[in-house]
Design a protein around this ligand. Structure first.
Ligand code: ZN
Length: 398
């Protein structure tokens, strides 16, 4: 299985190079928009698009041969994704251009990339931190995107392709419950408590609320200052979340490696609806809605592929109400679960019970021919690239 890693490095162009980059971005977007208007919307093949407008693009926008080819390919690719979502491709903004091996290369000896701009090749220095350097060492990447970010700087997104190990087969399953009180709980007892995390997030939220007040009420200069701080805060909060999701997923995958196990997670479609079902106070609603479970899940899947750990999704239908000891339906308060089966009467942490049930469903899933077991699900990837569990009884989902 091939895995693609994208490294983002800041470019340090000279003034003249920066001007040329601007032009490339502008003409690349113009070329895409031109092709998008000229070629009938139902055509998605990049070759067909190229056959129809390549020459015009070359003469009209002065792009190099391969940039013109990439522009046609971009229109085709965007149309394919748009078709899946049943939407037309609207317009292309001058913020990125695609590069392949003929117009892009990376040079390790002076940490530069060479890019074909409007007047031939240019060598541009990149900022590479230790992480990027480690990943780029000894590599000859063959594709990249030249981008202008919202901060106004130019970046190169470099793709590195790796052969990922074949996922191992195992009957051992670690269940992970994403959740209500905790960010994540695993069936072997690991827990990422929401308390400390919520404290940090609550602090951010309080500061944000007071700043938002200032941003609407104060004098002009305090309003501007408040907006600046708000922007910086949102970056810090995002980084905190990313850092924590990275650590949680890393730890779960390492645990799976150690135990020779597969990881089972809940299909998260609808987690917001479920956690919002009970009337809850504003703080709790914000907490459950704002945590990026999608990010956590995609990190898990990504790291799973990297280390040869299979990550499977199970339907969430009964996970929070079933007792993991006797499979009887029990009672759940926000944090406690109590089994109502008199001969069992297990009680304990509700998220832990959920993780155990997810693991149990995962075991039946890996032991049955895929898609044949009624309890379980066939997996397919949705448009966002995440695994999605399919349940025939999804209408009954709570
Ligand atoms: Zn029970």
């Amino acid at each position: 299985m091939e895995q693609v890693l994208t490294l983002v490095c800041k470019l340090n162009p000279t003034q003249k190079q920066a001007l040329e980059i601007e032009l490339v971005l502008k003409f690349f977007a113009d070329a895409c928009n031109y092709a998008n208007q000229k070629v009938k919307p139902q055509i998605t093949s990049k070759t067909t698009i190229q056959n129809m407008v390549y020459n015009e693009i070359r003469t009209l926008f002065g792009l190099s041969a391969n940039l013109a080819v990439r522009a046609c390919a971009r229109v085709g690719a965007n149309r394919k994704t748009a078709k899946q979502k049943d939407k037309p491709v609207k317009a292309f903004k001058p913020t990125s251009a695609d590069y392949d091996a003929r117009i892009f290369s990376f040079r390790e000896k002076d940490w530069t990339v060479s890019l074909t701009l409007m007047n031939g090749r240019e060598h541009i220095k990149i900022d590479a931190g230790n992480y990027q350097k480690g990943k780029l060492k000894g590599r000859k990447p063959t594709s990249a995107q030249l981008c202008k970010h919202r901060d106004g700087n130019y970046y190169i997104h470099i793709q590195i392709k790796d052969e990922a190990p074949t996922p191992m087969k195992s009957n051992n399953v670690i269940g992970v419950d994403f959740g209500r009180r905790n960010v994540a709980v695993t069936s072997n007892g690991n827990k990422w408590d929401g308390k400390q995390i919520n404290d940090v997030r609550d602090k951010f939220s309080r500061v944000r609320a007071s700043l938002q007040h200032i941003a609407t009420k104060g004098t002009r200069s305090t309003r501007r200052r408040a907006r600046q701080i708000l922007k910086r805060l949102s970056g810090k909060e995002r980084k905190f979340q990313q850092w924590l999701n990275h650590n949680i997923s890393k730890s779960i995958i390492q645990d799976a490696l150690k135990n020779n196990a597969i990881v089972a997670i809940e299909d998260l479609t609808g987690i917001r609806e479920r956690t919002n079902q009970k009337p809850r106070n504003k703080t709790e609603r914000r907490r459950s809605n704002s945590w990026s479970f999608y990010q956590l899940r995609s990190f898990l899947e990504y790291k799973g592929v990297q280390f040869g750990i299979e990550v499977i999704a199970v339907p969430p239908a009964w996970t929070s109400l079933t007792c993991h000891q006797c499979l009887h339906i029990g009672l759940r308060s926000d944090k406690r679960f109590k089994c109502t089966n008199e001969t069992c009467s297990w009680s304990g942490d509700a998220d832990f019970n959920g993780a155990k049930i997810i693991a149990a469903i995962g075991v039946t899933l890996v032991n049955s021919p895929r898609g044949s077991n009624c309890l379980c699900c066939t997996l397919h990837t949705d448009s966002s690239g995440l695994l999605k569990a399919y349940t025939p009884t999804s209408g009954e989902r709570r």
